[in-house]
Structures are given as structure tokens and as C-alpha cells.
Design a protein around this ligand. Structure first.
Ligand code: NAD
Length: 485
């Protein structure tokens, strides 16, 4: 039993949290939450829909005036206390996450720290939503801007980071003075509900932070069509993001969309090979490759190709596939059977088109696990060069010139994360300028942190999370004109 694994079993909440109350669906129906390793049900949550969502929006709207009127320092103090409680309960939060999502416990603990960092960061940013004074066109006038909270917000989040994808939306919304309704992924609602338990415990007022669980289409339909919701922040697939954008059109909502990626990872002949291999391990295999900024296509220059492939295989073979709760596991199960099927189809397609399996290979039928895989002689005709594989598969595509690498890297409708490895200073600048991505990592495989703007261009989305820009997503700018002085 999941409850028995927790020091504080009250963190396992199986009801939705709306306006400070823990509630069931109107129908009393529930959805099962399963352990992706075993397929066993570990908890149930309310199967809510449009009607419950409509009421939650109404209540959040009622909570808004008092919340926006709270001094920024008080909102900041509550967010800081939320951060502290997340860190105090790190082990339990990580266990809940590993049980519902599958990632190794150590990674889950890392995600809780990363998630908490947004609460801390935005508690600091809450005090800094500065406006500006603007030189007026004549002496009898003054002109200034102030920033004000946008209003009731909604967050729709994915299963791959069940904690951090929530905190990086909720913390800036609350810091800005907005109430928020979170609809977590139906596969991983327990981490979101545990965050609500902690928010209630620190005294975040009723109606300011709400979590609704249930069926995506009904809840999403209401959140996008209800005029009281002024802003939607979505992280997930490009397909669902574009649907929500269309659904939000009639009420002209502010939107932040953090969508899919197809990250290139370019290794030039002059790269430090050890740095490049370490970067590939960090970027490609974290969360079993189920990360939006995962290296999806590894482009390796001819002169270093064989040496890089050999070193990468050596490191990949040290990974330990297994149950996330088992110490030492570095690759957990995939989230579900469809995810395994997609990875299988990508590996099979690559093999059919001439790729060679250097290590790993096709998953065993019926298993939730995918062996970490390195494929050589991959090319741009293969499925895995066009779509997010979202699994622990590293396809190595050979290239000869810098121009060729840039053309392949940019040859995608996506533009989220990208990486390149070189020790040549001129090339460093040229390539950074040329890569059409929201985030570019030079000689590093880590590009996600609360202090830096996170987000994509092209079909990878709109808006930025984290950094000072993350607050602006929840603020409106009002221009104030004073005349007759
Ligand atoms: P998904 O789009 O299937 O689901 C995301 C969320 O949308 C879930 O909460 C889901 O229940 C909800 N949803 C699905 N259909 C809906 C509908 N009709 N109306 C309202 N809500 C609906 O994505 P996923 O499989 O959970 O996550 C993986 C995807 O997320 C990948 O494409 C990945 O690249 C992307 N992602 C992007 C970022 C980023 O910051 N850019 C971060 C993490 C994940």
C-alpha cells in the first residue's frame, strides 16, 4: 500500500481540492491511478467534469479580490513556506511521484527540489513586479505603467514532471496575485494533490490554489470556454496545445504553451568527448527519455563519430533498468503501453531503414521497460528524426560540415531545447546564433533551472516559465496617463 510507505500518510489525498475543501465528483465516480511498473491501482481520484470545473472557476473568482489585495510580501511569505514544506516532505513527495510516474526515486527527489525552487524563486520575484515611469511628451503630463494580476488562471500539466510542471505555473500565478485551478495529468494526479495538502497547511487561502481531477476533455472544455478564466498555461503535446488554443479563441485568453520538442544534440569533431558523453547521458536518459528537452537526434561529425559512439555505449551499458523504488535504478518503466509501443515503432522503423543497434534494442513484448538503446547510422528519413521518441533511445546521425548540422538541426517544426559541443570559440557563437530554438546549451546537457527562461519557439509553444519573465505571463500592464499638471 502506498500509504504505508509514507512517513506522513496524509499527503496521499484521493479527493479534489476546491475552495479549501476536499471533494468528490458530483457523480461520485473515480479514476484509478496506477503504478506504471506493475499496472496495479495505487489510489483513486474523483472523475470530475465540466460542471465541477464551472463551480471551481466561480469560487476562484470570488477568492481573487482578497488575494490580489494581499501585500506582495505576504504572498511571498506563503510561497516561501510552501517551498519549505516541500523540502521537509521531500522523501514522501518523491515516493508518491515514483509510484505514480515510475521515475527512479533519486530522480523524483531531484524533481521535488527543482519543483520547490520555483516556489522559492517566485516568492522572491513577488516583491519585484515593477512598473515604469515614462518621460511624458509635455511638461503638464506624467506617464507610468503598473503591473496587475491577470485574473483567474488555469494550469493543465503533463505526467512526465508531476511536481515541477505545477509549481512553475502555480508559484508565479500566486506571486502575481492570481488564483489558479490546476488540472494535473490524469496519469499522475497524486503529486498535484500532495502539493495542495501542503498549500493548505501553510495557509494559502481557500479558492486561491485548486486542483481538479478527472476527464481532460470536459474539464479542458470548461476552462477554455469560461470567460472568467483569463489565462491558461498548458504544458503537454503540441496536438493538445493547439486544440486548447482553438478552444480559447472565442474568449481571447492569454495563453502560455509549453509543447513538444525535437532537440538536436550536435557533437563537433573539436568537442571535448567526455563532456559530450556526460551531456548526452544527462539530456537523453533522464526520466527514461520522457522529457521535452531530451536530446532526440544526436548529430555527430564524421571525425569523432566512432569514438563518441563507443564511449556513449560504454556509459549507457552502466545504466540500470528496473523498478523506480529499487535503490540503484537509473531507468524506470515507461509511463504506459502506448509509450512503449511508440518507442518500439521508432526503433523498428530505424532498423528497417538501415540503423544498427549498438546496445539495447527492441523491448520485450508486454514489458513496461525499454532498454537504453544506441543506434548508429541513423538518418533523417527515420521516424525518430521527425517525432519525439520520448524514450531512452539515442540515434546517432553522421554529418560532415557545420552547415549540414545546422540545416538538419533546424529542419523541424519544433524549437524547444538544443545542445552542441565544441571547443572552438568562433563556432560557438555562429552555432548559437543559427540554432532556431528557445534554449541552447553549449557544452552542457542541462538547460532547465528556475533562474533562466524556459520555453520554445515555432510549434514548441508560446511564452516563458521561470526567471523574471515567468511572472509577466500572469501580469497585465496598465498605462496610467496624468494630465493637467
Ligand atoms: P498531453 O498533451 O497528452 O497531456 C497534457 C495534459 O493535457 C494532461 O493533463 C492531459 O490530461 C491534458 N489533456 C489531454 N487532452 C485534453 C483536452 N482535450 N482538453 C484539456 N486537457 C487535455 O501530453 P503528455 O503526454 O501528458 O505529456 C507529454 C508531452 O508534453 C510531450 O509532447 C512533451 O514534450 C510535452 N512537454 C513539454 C514541456 C515543455 O516545457 N515544453 C514539458 C514537459 C512535457
Amino acid at each position: 500500500m502506498l500509504k504505508d510507505l509514507l512517513k506522513d500518510p496524509s499527503l496521499l489525498a484521493e479527493k479534489a481540492y476546491v475552495n479549501g475543501s476536499w471533494i468528490d465528483a458530483d457523480s461520485s465516480e473515480t479514476l484509478a491511478v496506477t503504478d506504471p511498473a506493475s499496472g496495479e491501482t495505487i489510489a483513486t481520484v474523483p472523475a470530475m467534469g465540466a460542471e465541477e470545473t464551472r463551480r471551481a472557476i466561480e469560487l476562484a473568482e470570488k477568492a481573487w479580490p482578497a488575494w490580489r489585495a494581499r501585500p506582495a510580501a505576504e504572498r511571498a511569505a506563503l510561497l516561501e513556506a510552501w517551498n519549505d514544506l516541500m523540502l521537509e516532505n521531500l522523501e514522501d513527495l518523491a515516493i508518491i511521484m515514483t509510484m505514480e510516474q515510475g521515475k527512479p526515486l533519486v530522480e523524483a527527489q531531484g524533481e521535488v527540489r527543482y519543483g520547490a525552487s520555483f516556489a522559492k524563486w517566485f516568492s522572491e520575484e513577488a516583491r519585484r513586479s515593477y512598473g515604469e515611469t515614462i518621460p511624458a511628451p509635455s511638461g503638464d503630463r506624467r506617464l507610468m505603467t503598473i503591473k496587475q494580476p491577470v485574473g483567474v488562471c488555469a494550469a493543465i500539466t503533463p505526467w512526465n514532471f508531476p511536481n515541477a510542471m505545477i509549481t512553475r505555473k502555480v508559484a508565479p500565478a500566486l506571486a502575481a496575485g492570481c488564483p489558479i485551478i490546476v488540472k494535473p495529468a490524469d496519469l499522475t494526479p497524486l503529486s498535484a494533490l500532495a502539493l495542495a495538502v501542503l498549500a493548505e497547511r501553510v495557509g494559502i487561502p481557500a479558492g486561491v490554489f485548486n486542483v481538479i481531477t478527472g476527464l481532460p476533455a470536459g474539464i479542458g472544455g470548461e476552462l477554455t470556454s469560461n470567460p472568467a478564466v483569463r489565462k491558461i498555461s498548458f504544458t503537454g503535446s503540441t496536438g493538445v496545445g493547439s486544440l486548447l488554443m482553438r478552444q480559447s479563441a472565442d474568449t481571447i485568453k492569454r495563453l502560455s504553451l509549453e509543447l513538444g520538442g525535437n532537440a538536436p544534440f550536435i557533437v563537433f569533431d573539436d568537442a571535448d568527448i567526455e563532456l559530450a558523453v556526460a551531456g548526452a547521458m544527462a539530456s537523453k536518459f533522464r526520466n527514461a527519455g520522457q522529457t521535452c528537452v531530451c536530446a532526440n537526434r544526436l548529430l555527430v561529425q564524421s571525425g569523432i563519430y566512432d569514438r563518441f559512439a563507443a564511449r556513449l555505449v560504454e556509459e549507457v551499458e552502466k545504466l540500470k533498468v528496473g523498478y523506480g523504488m529499487e535503490p540503484g535504478t537509473t531507468i524506470g518503466p515507461m509511463i504506459n503501453a502506448q509509450a512503449v509501443d511508440k518507442v518500439t515503432a521508432h526503433i523498428q522503423d530505424a532498423i528497417d531503414k538501415g540503423a544498427k543497434v549498438l546496445t539495447g534494442g527492441l523491448p520485450e513484448a508486454g514489458s513496461p521497460y525499454v532498454k537504453p538503446t544506441v543506434l548508429s547510422e541513423a538518418n533523417t528519413d527515420m521516424l525518430l528524426a521527425h517525432e519525439e521518441t520520448f524514450g531512452p533511445v539515442a540515434p546517432l546521425i553522421r554529418f560532415d560540415t557545420e552547415e549540414e548540422a545546422i540545416a538538419i538541426a533546424n529542419g523541424t517544426p519544433f524549437g524547444l531545447g538544443s545542445y552542441y559541443f565544441t571547443q572552438d570559440m568562433q563556432r560557438s557563437w555562429r552555432v548559437m546564433d543559427a540554432l532556431e530554438f528557445g534554449m541552447v546549451g553549449l557544452n552542457t546537457g542541462a538547460i532547465s533551472m528556475e533562474v533562466a527562461p524556459f520555453g520554445g519557439i515555432k510549434q514548441s509553444g508560446i511564452g516563458r516559465e521561470g526567471s523574471s519573465l515567468g511572472m509577466d505571463e500572469y501580469l497585465e500592464v496598465k498605462a496610467f496617463h496624468i494630465g493637467g499638471l
